[in-house]
Design a protein around this ligand. Structure first.
Ligand SMILES: [Zn+2]
Length: 119
């Protein structure tokens, strides 16, 4: 077991914490979305003529895009967890050198080092 990846402030910890909070975010957004869909059904929204309906349609598309982002982020996190299991986590895909732990803590899904990311 590598010390740097198993300590209290390790990238692996950060990765799992980020995954947990992303799952919570998805659950909360899903509840929001369901609430919006429900209220849409109750008032029988007409997007074009009802100003209330336009607001709800806007809110709904906002929530949908946030959900989409969160799901994509979760997929990135899942891939990072896989790499952690394979022992390739924290290795830059560009140059094959280790990614700085500070970078992984700030961005647990990073797949390249700062140098390669800047290229
Ligand atoms: Zn690199």
């Amino acid at each position: 077991m590598t010390e740097s990846f198993s300590g209290a402030h390790s990238p692996a910890r950060a990765l799992h914490a980020e995954r947990t909070s992303t799952l919570e975010q998805i659950a909360a957004l899903t509840r929001d979305w369901e609430g919006i869909v429900e209220s849409t059904g109750q008032i029988g929204v007409d997007d074009e003529h009802d100003p209330e309906g336009a607001t709800i349609a806007f809110e709904r598309s906002q929530v949908e895009s946030l959900l989409d982002q969160a799901r994509r982020h979760l997929a990135d996190l899942d891939r990072a967890v896989e790499r952690l299991g394979e022992g390739t986590y924290g290795i830059c895909e560009g140059c094959g050198r280790p990614i700085a732990p500070e970078r992984l803590l700030a961005r647990p899904t990073a797949r390249t080092c700062i140098t390669c990311a800047a290229r």
